[in-house]
Design a binder for this molecule. Structure first.
Ligand SMILES: [Zn+2]
Length: 341
C-alpha cells in the first residue's frame, strides 16, 4: 500500500524485545510473516505449543506507551490511506458511535452485566461507558485509555477515565468490579493473559468480562494474506481456539460465545445494520470457582500443525475464493477461465 505522507513514527528506531508465548510460556515458534502492510519489518509468529499468534520481537512497553500517547491516531488514519485533515477523527462523532454501540451491547448482554462498578479497558472517548450507563440503572463506570486526547475528551464528558496503558495501571480503589468491558481492545494489550488474571482478581464472585475480539483467521481469509492482517498496535492475534484456551487457563467459565466466521453473508449484513461488527468473536466469561475450571496449559500436547496449516497461503486464498464468491476471477487469474464458461 502506498502512503501519501511520510509517517512521523519511526519504527526502525523503536526499541524492541523478544518475548515468550503469553498463553503457555513456550519459546518455540513458527514464523507466519516477516512484514506488515505498512511496510515495516514486523515478524508475526505462532507458538508451536498452543497456537497463539503474536508479534515477535516487538516494541517494549515504554515504546508502546509513547506510540499510543503520540502517534496512534495519525498512524491509524495513515494506514487507512486517509491523511487529509477532513478524515481527522472528530471526538464527538467517535463518542456518539460508541454510545450507540454501548447501548446495543448493554441491551444484548443485559443479563450478564452486574450492578456495581463497570470498567472499560481501552475506553477511548468514553462513549461505550456512557451508553451502558444510560441503559442499565444503578451502575457506575470508569475507563482506562492510553491515548491522551481520547482520555481528556472522555473526562470532559463526565466519564471518569485514567490516561495510561492498562499494563501501567495501578489503583487500589478498584477492587470489586461487577463487569469489565474489553471491546476491541484485547488485541492491543501487551499482556492479555495478565489482563484476564487481573480481572479475575478484581471481579466480585459471579462478575463477568464482556469481550469482543477480532478473529485473526477470518481477517486473513478475507484478505487472502497474513501480512496485510497484522497491525503494529495488535501485538496479539486470536482465533476462537486460542481465545478459549486463554480464558480457560485463567479459570473463567465461558457463558456465551458468538463467532462471526462461517456466518452467511445475509446474517452478517443484518448484524452490521444493528451497529455490530462482522469479523469478531464475542465472549462473555464469568468468575466462578477457579479450582474447578482452570485449565493446565502444561498438559497441552504441543502439536499445532493443524493450526499452522490453516494459515498456509494457498489455503487462505482458496477459502476466500470459495466463501466470498470471487472464484470466477480466481479461475481467470490462473488461466482456467475455459472451465467456468
Ligand atoms: Zn504458547
Amino acid at each position: 500500500m502506498e502512503h501519501s505522507e511520510k509517517s512521523r513514527f519511526q519504527y526502525e528506531t523503536a526499541v524492541c524485545e523478544e518475548i515468550s508465548c503469553n498463553l503457555c510460556g513456550a519459546d518455540s515458534l513458527y514464523v507466519l510473516a516477516r512484514k506488515i502492510s505498512s511496510g515495516m519489518n514486523v515478524q508475526t509468529c505462532m507458538c508451536k505449543n498452543c497456537g497463539l499468534i503474536f508479534i515477535n520481537p516487538r516494541m517494549t512497553r515504554t515504546e508502546y506507551d509513547r506510540y499510543y500517547k503520540t502517534y496512534y491516531h495519525e498512524e491509524r488514519l495513515r494506514t487507512k490511506g486517509k491523511t487529509s485533515p477532513k478524515y481527522a477523527d472528530p471526538a464527538g462523532r467517535g463518542f456518539e458511535n460508541a454510545y450507540q454501540f454501548g447501548r446495543a451491547l448493554a441491551e444484548d448482554f443485559r443479563k450478564w452485566i452486574c450492578k456495581g462498578v463497570i470498567l472499560d479497558v481501552g475506553s477511548s472517548y468514553g462513549g461505550l461507558l456512557a451508553g451502558v450507563k444510560d441503559t442499565i440503572r444503578g451502575v457506575s463506570v470508569v475507563g482506562i485509555e492510553p491515548s491522551s486526547a481520547d482520555a481528556a475528551y472522555a473526562n470532559s464528558q463526565g466519564i471518569e477515565t485514567y490516561n495510561t496503558l492498562f499494563e501501567n495501571f495501578r489503583n487500589d480503589k478498584i477492587n470489586s468490579l461487577s463487569t469489565v468491558f474489553c471491546v476491541q481492545t484485547f488485541n492491543h494489550l501487551l499482556d492479555p493473559r495478565g489482563f484476564l488474571v487481573w480481572s479475575h482478581d478484581h471481579l466480585a464472585m459471579g462478575g463477568t468480562i464482556i469481550l469482543a475480539v477480532k478473529n485473526f483467521r477470518q481477517q486473513c481469509r478475507r484478505a487472502g494474506a497474513i501480512y496485510s492482517s497484522v497491525q503494529i498496535d495488535h501485538p496479539y492475534m486470536f482465533t476462537p481456539e486460542t481465545l478459549t484456551l486463554m480464558i480457560q487457563s485463567v479459570g473463567f467459565e465461558i457463558v456465551y460465545m458468538d463467532v462471526d466466521e462461517h456466518k452467511k453473508v445475509s446474517v452478517l449484513k443484518r448484524q452490521k445494520e444493528r451497529g455490530m461488527s462482522m469479523h469478531h468473536m464475542r465472549f462473555v466469561v464469568r468468575k466462578t470457582r477457579p479450582e474447578v475450571l482452570r485449565r493446565d496449559m502444561k498438559k497441552l500436547k504441543g502439536d499445532v500443525l493443524f493450526f499452522r496449516a490453516q494459515f498456509f497461503l494457498p489455503y487462505l486464498k482458496l477459502y476466500h475464493v470459495i466463501v466470498y464468491g470471487g472464484w470466477k476471477r480466481y479461475m481467470q487469474k490462473i488461466g482456467l477461465s475455459m472451465l467456468i464458461r
